[in-house]
Write a protein that binds this ligand. Structure first.
Ligand code: FAD
Length: 290
């Protein structure tokens, strides 16, 4: 099923993100965890893709398992950075052969080495290059990323939103946001996006923070603002794994319920491959769905 069909329905959805294993020997354990998450019957599941190539080979296998053996629609991520036209063409054919209809087209995170490189001859400088290629080579439903707190490389919010509009005009059917901990930031962003003439669904990405280490990494990557009440929770429970998990799930649940209550129909949860966290979140909101 194309996700555009799902988003066109007048219903409230919860979806989950998982990531592939880095080492081949962990494939079966990741498959088992993601299948367990799929048992919760989210509206769809996305499977990330390692831009550097490390995990890219497993994205398709995990996505196919979720779709074919668990009966949950999938969104397979694909990145352009550090890739060649040949590799991307091959990946597109593999995705088609596997019957994957939904692709999240991203530029990909830059490694420290890439940041200093001359990008003139890169096959894919921006996500839009990949979106154009996917449009040309297949009949996919295409998603891409957006940044309620501005992408770190953008000069400012208006410039960033201008590039988002270009992605949508090139054929991107929906956007999923970077994680955030303050819903007010997302609502402000949505207003600006709509004002810029972007009409596609914008799906908020919510990260339940269940340990202090994960928190440090996520904030470092995303540069997200930490609201006062979330900071207090981290300070008090960050050193206690069980308490942090419970508090982190409660905080994410509150964010999700507030989003639904304010008319947002689709929320995507970064599960970090943790079936227990996914199950608790699903149980906390299940009567709000549908
Ligand atoms: P782009 O849309 O290309 O934007 C990157 C920067 O370039 C922005 O600052 C933008 O304003 C600017 N820009 C865009 N177009 C132009 C242009 N034409 N001219 C000048 N500047 C331009 N990374 C992975 O490696 N694997 C994943 O699976 C993955 N999944 C993600 C899922 C979500 C929901 C999100 C939000 C991010 C994900 N990422 C993933 C991270 C993402 O790859 C990084 O955030 C990356 O830095 C930007 O990717 P993008 O596709 O948004 O880039």
């Amino acid at each position: 099923m194309k996700l555009t069909e799902l988003f066109a329905k007048d219903q409230v959805n919860l979806s989950f993100e998982v990531f592939p294993n880095k080492k081949p020997e962990n494939l079966e354990s990741v498959k088992a965890k993601t299948a367990k998450i799929a048992e919760l019957k989210p509206a769809f599941m996305s499977v990330t893709y390692g831009a550097g190539g490390g995990t890219s080979q497993f994205t398709l296998e995990i996505a196919k398992n979720i779709q074919d053996n668990c009966g949950v629609p999938v969104l397979a991520h694909l990145t352009g950075v550090s890739s060649t036209k040949e590799i991307v063409a091959q990946r597109i054919e593999e995705l088609k052969a596997a019957g994957i209809q939904n692709i999240m087209a991203l530029r990909g995170d830059l490694t420290p080495e890439m940041e200093g490189q001359d990008r003139t001859n890169w096959a894919y400088k921006y996500a839009i290059d990949l979106i154009c290629e996917l449009k040309e080579k297949g009949d996919f439903c295409i998603g891409s990323g957006c940044y309620p707190e501005v992408h770190p490389e953008a000069a400012n919010m208006l410039e960033d939103i201008r590039h988002i509009k270009e992605k949508v005009d090139a054929g991107c059917d929906f956007l999923t946001s970077q994680l955030f901990f303050d819903n007010g930031i997302f609502y402000d962003y949505l207003y600006k996006v709509r004002e810029a003439g972007i009409a596609v669904p914008v799906i908020p990405g919510i990260m339940p923070v269940t340990n202090a280490k994960q928190m440090e990494r996520s904030i470092q990557m995303s540069g997200s603002f930490i609201p006062r009440h979330f900071k207090a929770l981290l300070e008090r429970y960050g050193h206690n794994d069980a308490a942090m998990k419970q508090a982190g799930i409660a905080y994410a649940t509150e964010q999700i319920i507030d989003l639904y209550a304010n008319g947002v129909k689709n929320v995507h949860v970064y599960t970090m491959n943790n079936p227990d966290v996914a199950e608790k979140i699903m149980n906390n909101v299940k009567d709000l769905l549908g």
